[in-house]
Design a protein around this ligand. Sequence first.
Ligand code: C2E
Ligand code: MG
Ligand code: MG
Ligand code: MG
Length: 280
Amino acid sequence: RAKDNGRGGHFGYVPSLHASAEERRQLELSLREALEREELTLQFQPVVNAQDSSIVSFEALSRWNSEEHGFVSPTKFIPIAEDTRLIVPIGKWVMRKACTEARNWPEHVKVNVNVSPEQLLEEDFAEDVVNCLAQTGLRPERLEIEVTESIFLRDASIARAALEQVLALGCQVALDDFGTGYSSLGYIRRLRFSTIKVDRTFVKGAAQNNAESLAIIRAVVAMAQSLDMSTTAEGAETAEEVELIRKLGCDKIQGYYFGRPMTATDARRLFRDPQELRRA
Ligand code: C2E
Ligand code: MG
Ligand code: MG
Ligand code: MG
């Protein structure tokens, strides 16, 4: 694979999600400084009610604008942060920042925060959530933590215990990117997920008349309904995709069609000027 050594440190072009060893080493060094240098920011992407297109929540998404490397995608730096455990302090920062910002929104609007398995294995995860809610004054019901199936791969009982603790606080837990990982329906039985987020590959597939994708979305929606969980379809970009998702009965939609990840300021503006949000 192409390497970047000595060519001015621009990392944006590597097509793979996985950086080369040298690239990773350099990114890791810079990432260690990123929090202190205030190079990390959050963006917020709207999640809307599929029926009436009203905003039900925003997902907080990390952004890193590095002094050395320019803009680095989270698909690249989050895996490095996970491998190096830098995700623990970064994740705490994300949680605080996201809950603080959510206090500026209407009371019925939730905030979704991605949490990596490494964070759940920290002994003080739930305690940190408690402190965060207390410090920000956010009602626990307004925080929905997003985890992927990867939390069940190792030390599953510790991760599950941590999630049970935050559920007991009144927070919600969503299963993110459903269908892409080592999916097993057994996972869904083991934890009271509030929401199943159907990965955008299925939305894309269904819109292209892929019979398997359609069948899978239908099955997930039916299963979620009977288990009293809600569904969010990820990655709807076109009016056709939105229409299809509605027909399939997903409860919520997140995707570029309604809004890209945006700054906190722009997210607040949506509540003043709701017509800025695309309505289908
Ligand atoms: P995710 O949690 O599944 O977040 C959704 C991703 O899909 C975001 O990518 C979002 O920008 C993108 N997306 C949303 N709608 C559309 C659409 O209509 N079309 C397309 N093509 N993409 C869409 P992003 O922001 O690059 O984040 C990538 C992943 O990085 C996230 O996937 C999440 O797994 C991880 N991530 C981001 N921020 C954090 C964080 O603070 N903590 C942790 N642990 N992971 C994070
Ligand atoms: Mg997510
Ligand atoms: Mg997702
Ligand atoms: Mg996804």
